[in-house]
Structures are given as structure tokens and as C-alpha cells.
Design a protein. Sequence first.
Length: 447
Amino acid sequence: MKIAQFSRIGFMMAAVGSAVGLGNIWKFPYITGEYGGGAFVLVYLMTVMLVGFTVMIAEMLIGYLGRRDCVANFETLAPRHKQWWKHAGWMGVTSSLVMIYYSVVIGWILNYITVAMIQLPSSVSEAETTFNTMLKQGLGTQIFFHTIAFLITTAVVAKGIKGGIEKFNMVLMPALMLILGVMFVYAFNMDGFSQAFSYMFTPDWSKLTSEAFAVAVGHAFFTLSLGYGAIMIYSASLPKEGNMVHSSLFVIAGDTIIALVAGLVLFTFLFQYGAEPAKGPGLVFISLPAVFFQMGVIGNVFSVLFFLALAFAGLTSAVSLVEPMVQYLIDKYDFSRLKAAIVMGLFFYLFGIVAILSQIEWSAPALTWGGKNFFDWMDYITSSVLLPTAGLAMAIFVGYVIEKERVVSTLKPQMGWFFPVWYFSLRYIAPIALVVVLLNLTGIIKI
């Protein structure tokens, strides 16, 4: 079945919306704090351009040429061994697995919008108690907000490419940028801004470990929405006259700028009020609410705006995570879009409840094995194994399987002199980097 087409601006907003998610505003600041600030940021930026850009073009090309769901794209474009290569298209399953815990985290964020409106915690210890109470005892609260995330995501996807996903991103992405812009202007005029800028852009190479390189590559995939099949499906809806190179640069620029702006804003607030930047995943849910409390009334306003921005980022990515398998059900089994959206929505919703239960005190022991609970296993399997594997498969497929003449005729007019550089990176640099990251993150080797 032919996939409906985005408008040009609609495609770019949807692609940026897919890339800009919790990885930019929640994960990027805290891993920057964990891995030493400026040195990690520089490694991450180099990774985005050397590996992220290379693989994004490859994923876009597969979708642009195939014009189908992920499985059908690989099967159609492979000149031989079609039955074998179609299995690479099951990367769409990864996006559904990510949604199991992603929707839960969006639920936390929606809950924190209400917390910010009612009563912010007055100290880090109180904020930690608030978060842990929700996480370990707030079963009803988590299911309620997880349900809201499920309903919004499913409703948008059910309305289709033009009527749902494009319109949704055309509203939420400008709103997200406006909120972050207002917070950035405010932060720029605070004393803590210069300290935050120095922390993020002055490299201290002594703090950079070999593990940080692997984390930087893994995060580049996570934040650019690569390896899920979302960019591939969106590119299948790119108008024929669309320019993949310009689009990918726009997506990468938008994604990176938002991550850097979010980091500068958060670190400015943290340094201004004497909080610790290297607080791990709890940075947003524990350290930041306590800082907002110290800011007084403006802190209440900014806390609501911040969690709204975080919710917008999460929801725009969520619809892109559901879309690959929805399109597969439509193409393969002739499902209506509504039926496919409901089926995939119920999949991540029901398993999301299992993820919630895996952290509740009374049920966690039964859902924990190998030192990780169900929530953590979903995060680990997708981020550490499936995403790099999908990226490696796409690099090999475009670099070695699709006829070079077809790749050249499609991309060289858009790239010009840069095409040989990109093609070399695709065939050699990206695969080697991904193999090393995959082996490192899965513990087979340590670099």
C-alpha cells in the first residue's frame, strides 16, 4: 500500500520531532554530567557527524527508494538474498520495544507537570523522596499517566501521516522551541550561564574514559532516532523532489541545537543554585525540581514550562516509534490504520504496565533477573544491542548490497563532491565504529 506523503516542511518537522525526544532534554544533560562535560560534548558532536549523519542518510535512502514498510523496503531493494535481508527490516520491532518504557517515562513527565503546578519539593532530599515514592509505590499514579500517554500517541498515529503525525509535529515542535528559547534567554542573563558554558564546551580530557566514546555513539543513535525504522518510514513519505541531504542536516542541526540549549539551561540553573550536575538519570526529576523551588515564583513557571517541553519532545518521538510497526501491519495484513494503531498501542501499553510493576516494591522481585528489572532490560536490549545492530545492517545494506549505481544516481546530485567521503564513511568508518560499540556495550570486549 502506498504511504501518504508529507509536505516538505511537514517532513522536516516530523523528522526533527522524531529525533528530538527525551534523549535531548532528559538524557543528554545527565550523561554529559556523568562523563565530564566538555570533552564528552566534543566527542558526541564528532560522533554525530561521522557516524550519525552517515547512517541517517543510509536509513533515509532505504525508505526513499523502497516507499514501503521497513521489512518490505529491505526485501524489495535487495538484488539477491531477499528472504535473508527482509529480516533486517524487523528493526521496526525495536521501536515498539522502546515504547514499552518510553511511554512510562512520558507518564512520569506528565505527572511532574501536575507536581510543578501544585507544590514543588523544597530540597533535593524531598525531591528524591517524591520521585522514589512515585516510582516504587505510585502504581495507580504511573498507570494513570501512562494511559494518557498511550491515548495521545495512539490517537495521533491513527489519524495518519498528514492528518495526525504532520499536524501534531507542526504544533508541538514550534511550541517546544519557543519554550526552550524563553528559558535560554532567561538563563543567559544569570551568573551561572558562564559556568555552564565553560562546563559544556571546555574539554577536560582527563575526565574522558574509553567508555564515553561508546556511550557517545550509542546516544547519537538514540537521540537521532536511528535504527528504529522511524526515519525510514518517514522518508518513505518524503516527496520525490525532496532532498535527503538537506533534510538530514536540518534534522541533525535541530536535534543537536536543542540538546545543547537544554544542557546550557539546565546546567545554568544547577550552577546558579549550587546543585551537582553529575546526578545521573535523577537530574531532571530530583535535582532540577529542588532548584526550581529556590527560584521562587519564576521557578514555578519555568518548572511547568520545562516539563511541558519535555512532554512535547517525548510525545513527538513516541508517535514516530509506533509508526513503523503500524505501517507494517497495514502493508502486510491489510489492517486499517485505526486497527493497526490500536493493536500496537495496546502492545506497548500492556507491557508498559509490566515495566511499571517491575519497579513497584511488592512486585519488583518477581520481575527482576540478572541484576536488572524488566524496565531496565528493555532499555538495555534496545539501546545497547538492537539499535547499533540495526545501524550496522543499514550501513552494510546501502554500502555493499544495493547497487552502487543506484546509490550514486540518487545521492550524488544532492551531495556533489562530498559523495565519495560519505560513501567511504558508510562502508568503513561507520561499520567499524558500530561493531566496536556493540561489542563494548554488550560486554564482549572493553575498550
